[in-house]
Design a protein around this ligand. Structure first.
Ligand code: UDP
Length: 407
């Protein structure tokens, strides 16, 4: 192991504790020589890319041979996969035969492009539905194939799930973020919640100057309270509900509301939803809507740190990384009582779970009023993340899974 790798692991040990690092090392030792390939559909934007940017170097630091492949496709392909995503999270949709053929065709083409790598790897981890059909087109597979589902599959629109299930059953195992998301499948299913990297640009400590710089750049007022939601512009993130909640709460307490986010390469809905949000915010004082570039990690970090309260009022959510990011920064989070957020926010202890804009408004009002409560919840939130949702625990769980399926 190189000195650099040692240094990296040592840094993580200081934040996450020595024990988890020892466990990671012991597991990696037994997997030495194994080639691991992660496959997803975007290199930036969204939680999966965020995790892989941190996970791949950390796995490499443990001496593993890890690569990350991103499937490519035309915009129409991502239209279809975004519909899949929405349907798997419960929305009724209709897809034509032609669209399904396009989805399969892109998977076939990408399987051909990546064939040698995927065939030779000891472990292939395929993230989410976009590349799920690769398995159908890679013959003579040598290794174990794992389907990692990051979305809330608890109440899928069945016609779409049936289509996907046809290939998911061919994987050796699948991973879900919560037990509720799993589906009847003929192979072992593992529950592994996602995580954040405390040293990424998104989460590292910032100086007060760095935070102030972002206030200045965005034209925000550092002397007044601020409530923030960071999200892709996506109806499931309920940005309109957030604006409504702010309107209700503002009758009692003044604050700046910031809705900031960008798109992801595999999400074609972003622009339309962004326009809707801009429209809804028009004429409302103190509502700031920012479209961010994919590289805006430090801006997001600073906004989360500058916030008094962070919202993630999602209507469906596999696991909201933004929730964990904010909690790591010591912020109370008001989150939608849905999916993974119910696991991330300990209601009344690290924040509040809400079902409606009215509920969110009530909690905003309460937390802005009681500074002490904000601090207490924020403190508990950070510790909860340290113990459960750091990247080190995540890597350890993946390695343990890999060992367990080949035993
Ligand atoms: N994110 C980002 N830029 C944006 C919006 C989000 O970098 O404009 C990041 C955000 O900080 C988080 C991830 O993308 O790390 C979003 O993950 P989450 O699980 O919250 O939602 P997803 O987009 O995967 O549904």
């Amino acid at each position: 192991m190189s000195e650099n790798s040692e240094g990296l692991l040592e840094r993580y040990a200081q934040v996450a504790g020595a024990e988890v690092i020892e466990q990671m090392r012991a597991l990696a030792e037994r997997l030495r020589g194994a080639r691991i390939v992660h496959v997803n559909s975007t290199a930036y934007g969204g939680g999966v890319a965020e995790i892989l940017h941190s996970m791949v170097p950390l796995m490499r630091a443990l001496g593993l041979e890890v690569s990350w492949e991103v499937i490519q496709g035309p915009p129409e392909f991502f239209e279809v996969t975004k519909s899949f995503h929405n349907a798997l999270q419960g929305r009724r949709i209709s897809l034509t035969e032609e669209q399904l053929r396009l989805y399969e065709e892109i998977n076939r083409r990408e399987a051909e492009r990546l064939e040698e790598k995927l065939r030779e790897a000891e472990f292939v981890v395929v993230h989410d539905p976009q590349p799920a059909y690769l398995i159908k087109y890679v013959s003579r597979r040598k290794g174990y194939w794992i389907w990692r589902c990051h979305i809330d599959l608890s109440r899928p629109f069945y016609p779409v799930w049936r289509f996907l299930e046809k290939v998911v059953i061919n994987y050796h195992a699948s991973i879900f973020s919560m037990p509720e998301f799993s589906q009847p499948l003929p192979h072992p299913q593992y529950i592994i919640p996602p995580s954040i990297d405390p040293f990424s640009e998104k989460n590292r400590e910032l100086t007060p100057e760095e935070i102030f710089e972002v206030y200045r750049e965005l034209g925000l007022d550092a002397s007044r309270p601020m409530v923030v939601q960071i999200s892709r512009f996506d109806p499931f993130k309920d940005p309109l509900g957030v604006i409504r909640a702010a309107e209700l709460a503002r009758k009692f307490v003044p604050f700046q509301l910031v809705l900031a986010g960008g798109g992801a390469a595999d999400d074609p809905e972003g622009e339309r939803v962004y326009q809707e949000v801009v429209q809804a915010a028009r004429g409302k004082p103190d509502v700031y809507v920012f479209k961010l570039p994919p590289t805006a990690h430090r801006t997001i970090n600073a906004l989360q740190r500058a916030a008094d309260i962070v919202l993630q009022k999602s209507l469906r959510e596999g696991f909201g990384l933004t929730v964990t990011e904010a909690m790591w920064k010591g912020k109370p989070v008001i989150g939608g009582a849905t999916g993974g957020i119910r696991l991330q926010v300990v209601n009344h202890h690290t924040g509040f779970l809400v079902n409606t804009p009215e509920g969110a408004a009530l909690r905003i009002r309460y937390l802005l009023f009681y500074e002490e409560k904000r601090q207490e919840m924020g403190h508990k939130a950070r510790e909860f993340v340290r113990q459960n949702f750091l990247i080190t625990r995540h890597v350890r769980d993946y390695l343990a899974l890999m060992l367990s399926i080949c035993m």
